[in-house]
Design a protein around this ligand. Structure first.
Ligand SMILES: [Zn+2]
Length: 265
């Protein structure tokens, strides 16, 4: 069976369009969509970043001053947004669900437990206000399966319908490419910031669902700088960001030089 040709550019059509990139935590924007967002911004499109949480339940070795890890990660997100060319950042107002059950003393609802309709209305209000042409979210698996990431998938689909956003692109990784890497990582030890590395068949998206395969090598420096901005996430044990930032340039071009999306019809 021949596969339909994949789109090679993130945003097609006239400039400027408005892209709203919806993410669970600070650093996800750089990891999953950094090159595409930088490409879109450099082409003159308006890029708006929405995060569901401040990522305050993330791992970090370092003591965070004033406001704890959440406010530190918000600052890191602002730095990442500058290098990617993001015009505006919004917070949806939820707590990071973290990797394990924990208390949320500030009273915010963990995003994974949020009422889908309520969260979708919050996002839809931003989509409407921004006259968004494109919304990005995550594949149905939520990438590697973090509950906040799975919730991003569900909430974005509902919000795009509510706001009538013309295009919904779900960021993913081609499962065919990531599975051999995960097998290596399992041998090398625990590297991904999740309690377990899920089964191969549960993660990201199968090749046949991918509609966009974007070459972002021209924006690799911006993507690397965005990843570097999330310095707190390069501590707290062996981490994905540390691993990626340590890659020699030729390998970084291969591993970080492409991003994938599934267009929702
Ligand atoms: Zn995340």
């Amino acid at each position: 069976m021949t596969r339909p040709r994949r789109q090679r550019r993130f945003v097609t059509g006239p400039v400027p369009q408005t892209i709203v990139a919806f993410h669970a935590h600070p650093d996800d924007e750089a990891l999953f969509t950094g090159g595409s967002l930088a490409q879109a911004a450099a082409a003159g499109h308006r890029v708006v970043l929405v995060v569901a949480t401040s990522g305050e339940a993330g791992l970090s070795d370092e003591e965070s001053a004033d406001g704890g890890l959440g406010s530190r990660r918000w600052c890191e997100l602002e730095e990442s947004a500058v290098v990617l060319g993001v015009a505006r950042i919004r917070h949806l107002g939820y707590a990071d669900s973290g990797s394990e059950a924990q208390a949320h003393p500030d009273g915010a609802t963990p995003f994974a437990d949020a009422d889908v309709d309520e969260a979708a209305h919050r996002l839809a209000d931003i989509l409407t206000e921004e006259h968004a042409d494109v919304l990005t979210s995550y594949d149905a698996a939520g990438g590697y399966g973090h509950p906040d990431h799975r919730q991003v998938h569900v909430v974005a689909r509902r919000a795009a319908a509510l706001a009538g956003t013309p295009e919904l692109l779900e960021a993913t990784v081609d499962r065919r490419l990531i599975v051999p890497v995960l097998r290596l990582l399992r041998v090398a030890g625990r590297v991904l910031p999740v309690p377990r590395i899920p089964d191969d068949t549960e993660i990201f998206a199968p090749s046949e669902l991918i509609t966009h395969s974007i070459d972002v090598r021209d924006h690799l420096d911006a993507k690397l700088a965005a990843l570097r901005a999330h310095a707190s996430q390069a501590t707290g044990g062996p981490r994905t960001i540390t691993l990626l930032l340590g890659l020699p340039r030729p390998l970084a071009r291969i591993v970080l030089g492409r991003e994938w999306f599934c267009r929702v019809e």
